[in-house]
Write a protein that binds this ligand. Sequence first.
Ligand code: 9G3
Length: 520
Amino acid sequence: SLKKVEQIVREEMDKAGAQELLMSALLPAEAYQASGRWEVFGPSMFKLKDRNDRDFCLGPTHEELFTQTVIDNVRSYKEYPMTLYQIQTKYRDEGRPRFGLIRGREFIMKDAYSFDLDEKGLDESYKKMYDAYNRIFTRLGLDFTIVDADSGAMGGSGSQEFMVKSPVGEDGIAYCDECGYAANYEKCECIPQPVEQPEGEAALEKIETPNAHTIEELVNSLGMEAYNFAKTIIYKADDKYIAAMVRGDRDVNEVKLKNLVGCTDDLELAEPAVVRDITHAQVGFAGPIGLDIPVYADKEVAMMKNFIVGANETDMHYKNVNIGRDFNPDTIADIRVVVTGDKCPKCGGTIKSEQGIEVGHIFKLGTKYSDALGLKYLDESGKQKTVIMGCYGIGVTRCLAAAVEQLHDDNGIIWPVSIAPYHAIVVPANYKSEEQMAEAERIYAALNDAGIETLLDDRSERAGVKFKDADLIGIPVRIVVGKKIGDGIVEYKERTMEKAEEIAADDAVEKVISFIEANM
Ligand code: 9G3
């Protein structure tokens, strides 16, 4: 299945005019030091030393190496445009590796890099990749959505993600059915949703809230609504601490906040001991009043009146808090996670949000790497210019997991035919019956001769075990040779059919061929 995914990616990349090469995965530090990323990646980069104590890494991505390759080999502007790619193992020391192939520290990526003379050229190269990605994910049998994405540390002028909808997806997709707007959580602008606010500013009051550590407990003990509270969450941003505030019924979007704060590494929740040290209170009573770290407040908090916050004192909260009189955030910005029901930032319609697995991400990079490493060319009038780049990734191993997440049932995997490990399986029901085994072998050989990738389950196992295994590994179609073979009858079952149907043994090969051809 993995080889089939790679081959489909390869075919479509080649059709789009890209050229394949293969880089090292064990790389000297120099290229990443030249771009400044040797430091930027921090703990995510697997670093090691060689026998001469020189710095190396296991390659997490290859912008620098492809740029250097073009510098070393391309002499004239006439050789552009070009798009180079590889299908190669990457290494990243993820803070939270999980879900098997979805997020591992070693994974296979197709990474491509385009090199153009100008922005117009980049737009053309980008469009070719965009179209190739549509063909690739369609051929892989994935139901995907394309969303505008944040470029984050990559720089450049924007990017798009190809997302496979799945509840185990770690990424969020916000989309509007009315106007077609689609963005990932990091990119989607949240329109502040006002909730009714009391008139005037009541007097600030400290109240006892024994053991009310969470919003739910507070709501219950005070008989208020979650949107009457503002949460104060303390994060570690690189080597300093910050406080983020969102309305009680919202969540902090940590990528939006990270981009706003401009920190290098991902934000991390402050350890409880640090929270106690900063707030002088147990966790769950943090608030903005009297806090001596920067406070980033979501736009909706700035609309609240007479609301409740932690008092930075164990078991105590403040009520009737008002911005201006009682505290002033250092920054007010959109730092919350979009939710279903939000207003569409484009047309005002209703936003829906779902989880997704990012299987592809394409970027217009610009000159970030060509500047850093010095990839220049002399144009036809002899004027020196910088090459414009794009980069395009597909999580090849992640596509396998995405396909399984999206296509399975209680009996196991349902592979799209295009990436199934085999097209068909032949199962003799009774391994003790010479007639059934012989007939199964005959059909198996005939299918293989017809170009159908066929598995023969000739184990000395009960039929039920063989059926369950065939369903579990998701073989698209199954032929069972049982007692009725004496009447020239076999069973035919497509993986998605409820029940098997009886067909003439002589029709089995043709029926399987037409099913496979219709679903490739
Ligand atoms: C690193 C480490 C982690 C990383 C990166 C580099 C993510 C990194 C973004 C990309 C951008 C594109 C080429 C193909 C398309 C995607 N996590 N990214 O660059 F060193 Cl440790 O990989 N790269």
